[in-house]
Design a protein around this ligand. Sequence first.
Ligand code: PLP
Length: 454
Amino acid sequence: MSENHLPTAELQALDAAHHLHPFTDGDELNTKGARIITRAHGVYLTDSDGIEILDGMAGLWCVNIGYGREEMAEVAARQMRQLSFYNTFFQTSHPPAIHLAAKLAEIVPGDLNHVFFNGSGSDSNDTNLRMVRVYWALKGKPEKSVVISRWNGYHGSTMGAASLGGMKGMHKQGGLPIPGIAHINQPDWWSEGGDMTPEEFGLMRARELEEKILEIGEDKVAAFIAEPVQGAGGVIVPPDSYWPEIRRILDKYGILFIADEVICGFGRTGNWFGSQTFDLRPDIMTIAKGLSSGYLPIGGSMVSDEVARVVNSDEFAHGYTYSAHPVAAAVALENLRIMQDEKIVDTVRSDTGPYLKAKWEALAKHPMVGEAKIVGMMASIALTPDKASRAKFAAKEGTVGLICRERCFANNLVMRHVGDRMIISPPLVISRAEIDLLIERARKALDETYEKVQ
Ligand code: PLP
């Protein structure tokens, strides 16, 4: 063993004994042990047995510039030496927060010129939930407090964010959703579109927003929150008819729109933001993950001139110790510098994105693959026993997806499953040769899964 750590089995035993993992079945952890990652570089992870794995998920959709960039480590070390911590409460600030806020105002579209810094995507959405209510209260309409979101959307794990999310399995735990949140159905044509065309279905699902607004009462609705492309829900790309109709409805009723760009932001969809890819024009935007490429935790709520003007007219009694942490802010700024200097978003849009798209869509020819969806560098395939009828497998939903995920691991590829959908979201710096390798391994995993389920 070249690395200086305990043998894998000992690490796994300690881990199972003392470490409670997010979204992990404790029994499985005890019996199979965790896969332990010890280092990473570029698009590759190395595990505790020295095996190199292509990371098709960029960690958790976040390592946009790839792993192990020296510049990031240097900036973090320099900032730690200079100002390791100071807060931004009570009228104080520091250069990393100031420069990052200004840089974000420059790259985020529209007039979202103001940022409230948070520690993650979840607490950014908690900030948003409070902020839209404060906004309407300050405008003399405190009864406008309900936020509408979507089933199978994901907005995080705190009480507020998980309530905004539409993951029913999460709602079952801990008495969620909290009051004041309503859900509408998602635009997932493959699973729920029945005999409608995707365009008809997209319109129908968008119009559920209008129905919900009228049901609750237009004077009680504060905001609508949605991901441009649902990520954790399975990379659900809405039909083309969906977003324009949602935008029409939001404009008609004057409801604030929160675009949750935690995954879609910072190049993932082939533009800097998913809001540009789908022309969403939000009032508030949630950012995290790709903001720092996951090198340090940081999130933010970008808000429009109008929202900032109103919310700033009183003290917003809200904040986290680590809002605009100087080291995280400096690292995020360096991440944005690298993305701009290396033209990473342009490359995804005009070169590697289209290259991946052609190869990904060709997977739909595989006998077990129904639709193949891709926007920029986030993609999914639906596994099915019968493409024509878009049938589900006889086994419990997710069984085949899990087999496929395990076959991916066995072939040294990280690909995630959501039910029986397989998803990828690789580092944005992935090269054409690495895309070839990703597709080759994905195909092998699909063939092996197909053999197993026949
Ligand atoms: N919003 C979206 C769209 C996400 O995908 C996630 C995490 O995956 C979150 C919010 C929550 O972010 P975090 O895990 O940083 O709290």
